[in-house]
Design a binder for this molecule. Structure first.
Ligand code: ATP
Length: 228
């Protein structure tokens, strides 16, 4: 089974990395593709240029094989729809089981995603409870997908797509918006991400200036809206 872990990674942090690795190990996945969203359709534009988010992801994943940076949404024109990404990967891998890995916060907004009713035709969805919180199901998603929930792992391996599986990962109260906020406040972000990413942020003076300008303009930061 191959995992697909999308995000803005603005910036990548240990919450992403640790949860991806735990899913790899628990399900003996052959790999997880970590795919930065170039133009998230349903959330604010990322704060730093795509090239920086990509570089930070590559630095974070350097030297290990199980988590792989994948730039297909950066290469593609237009909004970064997960449906299109899954369709592309499905065409490449034949009947190999795929699982789309997402946090409960993202799953809670699934009904706003492009062609969300068709996602399970392409992959399973693994929903990670964030900080042990129960997963919230939107009413229309429950109606459409409520019967697709499975606890039995063998079903997940026996089918290329079609099921939703909820799981726990080690709770880590780390978020990219909190990291951006700390940078704005001139606070340390050490131990929230790999040192290589930290050094890159410092060298390129990322987030500090952009957020300073935003604050001056009164733009709200860190609002949680969804990808798609
Ligand atoms: P932001 O704070 O800017 O919204 P974020 O930290 O949630 O960002 P994203 O890139 O938006 O990061 O998230 C990508 C995926 O990673 C989502 O599925 C999200 O639920 C998951 N994720 C983010 N942080 C954690 C964490 N600490 N533990 C588990 N999953 C996480």
């Amino acid at each position: 089974m191959i995992g697909i872990y999308g995000g803005t990674f603005d910036p990548i942090h240990f919450g992403h990395l640790r949860s991806a690795l735990e899913v790899v190990e628990r399900f003996a996945l052959s790999q997880v593709l970590m795919i930065p969203s170039a133009q998230p359709p349903h959330r604010e534009t990322p704060q730093v240029a795509t090239k920086h988010r990509w570089k930070m992801l590559c630095l974070a994943l350097a030297g290990q094989d199980l988590l792989r940076a994948d730039d297909r949404e950066i290469q593609r024109e237009g909004p970064s729809y997960t449906y299109d990404t899954l369709a592309e990967i499905r065409a490449e891998v034949g009947d190999t089981p795929l699982c789309l890995i997402q946090g409960g916060d993202v799953f809670a907004g699934l009904e706003s995603w492009h062609r969300w009713q068709e996602l399970l035709g392409l992959a399973h969805i693994f929903v990670m409870r964030r900080a042990g919180e129960p997963v919230k199901w939107d009413e229309s998603v429950k109606q459409h997908y409520g019967n697709a929930v499975v606890h039995d792992r063998t079903k997940l391996f026996a089918s290329p797509a079609g099921y939703i599986h909820e799981l726990d990962v080690t709770p880590m109260q780390i978020s990219a918006s909190d990291i951006r906020h700390r940078l704005l406040e001139n606070k340390s972000i050490r131990y929230l991400m790999p040192d290589s990413v930290l050094a890159y942020i410092e060298q390129n003076q990322l987030y500090q200036r952009a957020l300073g300008v935003q604050r001056a303009l009164g733009v709200q930061r860190g609002s949680r809206v969804q990808n798609g």
